[in-house]
Design a protein around this ligand. Structure first.
Ligand SMILES: [Zn+2]
Length: 329
């Protein structure tokens, strides 16, 4: 449903698409064909000859089922020679590579933008991979423009979904994510919102991010992008703390503990050694043990998809806050 809203809007800007039930995937191919003259309010974004945006609904069967996936997480299927599990998403990944890849090839889409929602209180999170210089520069532009941008038709203030940049320090080859099929790739993650639910604020934040991103790509394609700062504050992925195992009395899809009340909804807030992470059914408190540093910044706190092992060993992700060099990578 969120997808439909985006497709309706984005078709005018020649964008739209989707990966999980709640995700839209626009693809940008540069200089492949001139953008048509646009009508209405998106016309200002169309500069003929600069970029062309195509769309793809990445996981139509999960979308229909209002589920994240049927057999396996599609967003982990794009490692070279990977996909050991088979199933629908593995097959779908081959189709996607045929349509917009192959990954690592000269004919792959120039930029893949993957639109996600999350049940965690992550506001607007721009997910970049360290190998992708264009995504880092785009993230820097969004960081600069987020609070002042007046995206067209956007009624939700930017402050309802503050912007953060989340970085995976990873090579192109090793990145399993859908956006890695493109020569460049970036993911927009907006929350909190339940899967399969429409919320105007989540739609608005997604539109604002996409609007800014496409504007940056247009500016960059025409050589008019503003200078990139030397460094960008990012939250670097440090892996996940797994959910405590279930007791066996509950459905196996549920974890064996609750997120501690003091941690719930505190994505991107500092968590220090000894502070609670989980509370067990017996009232025990599982504390952060300092394994990733004395102060970390948890994200994907109580992300429903991470109850599922197929989405990457599950749990809460821990990050560290770093000033990342934008131009040296
Ligand atoms: Zn996601």
């Amino acid at each position: 449903m969120l997808l439909a809203a985006h497709l309706e809007r984005l078709e005018r800007a020649r964008a739209g698409g989707g990966e999980h039930d709640d995700a839209v995937l626009p693809l940008v191919r540069r200089d492949r064909q001139p953008a048509d003259a646009a009508e209405g309010e998106d016309a200002a974004d169309a500069r003929p000859g600069s970029i062309k945006v195509e769309t793809l609904l990445a996981n139509p069967r999960a979308h229909e089922a209002s589920a994240r996936f049927l057999d396996d997480d599609l967003n982990r299927q794009f490692i070279h020679g990977g996909r050991p599990n088979g199933g629908y998403e593995a097959e779908r990944a081959k189709e996607i590579e045929a349509a917009i890849g192959p990954k690592g090839s000269s004919i792959a889409a120039d930029m893949v933008i993957d639109l996600h929602t999350t049940t965690a209180n992550m506001g607007t999170t721009i997910i970049v991979n360290s190998y992708c210089h264009l995504a880092l520069r785009a993230a820097a532009y969004l960081t600069q423009e987020w609070d002042t941008c007046e995206a067209d038709g956007e009624a939700t203030p930017a402050s309802t979904h503050p912007l953060h940049v989340y970085l995976h320090d990873i090579t192109h080859e090793a990145a399993p994510y859908l956006c890695s099929v493109g020569k460049a790739g970036i993911t927009i993650e907006v929350g909190p919102t339940p899967q399969g639910l429409l919320r105007a604020d989540a739609v608005g934040a997604t539109e604002r991010a996409l609007h800014l991103l496409l504007r940056f790509l247009e500016l960059d394609a025409s050589g008019q992008a503003p200078a990139t700062p030397a460094t960008l504050p990012v939250y670097v992925d440090g892996g996940k703390v797994p959910w405590p195992a279930g007791s066996g009395s509950l459905s196996s899809r549920l974890p064996g503990a609750l997120v501690a009340p003091s941690l719930q909804d505190r994505d991107f807030q500092p968590l220090r050694v000894g502070e609670p992470m989980f509370v067990t059914p017996g009232g025990g408190v599982i504390k952060y043990d300092g394994a990733k540093g004395d102060v970390v910044y948890p994200i994907f706190v109580n992300e429903a998809a991470y109850y599922l092992a197929q989405s990457g060993s599950a749990g809460v992700a821990l990050t560290t806050r770093v000033e990342w060099p934008v131009n040296q990578r």
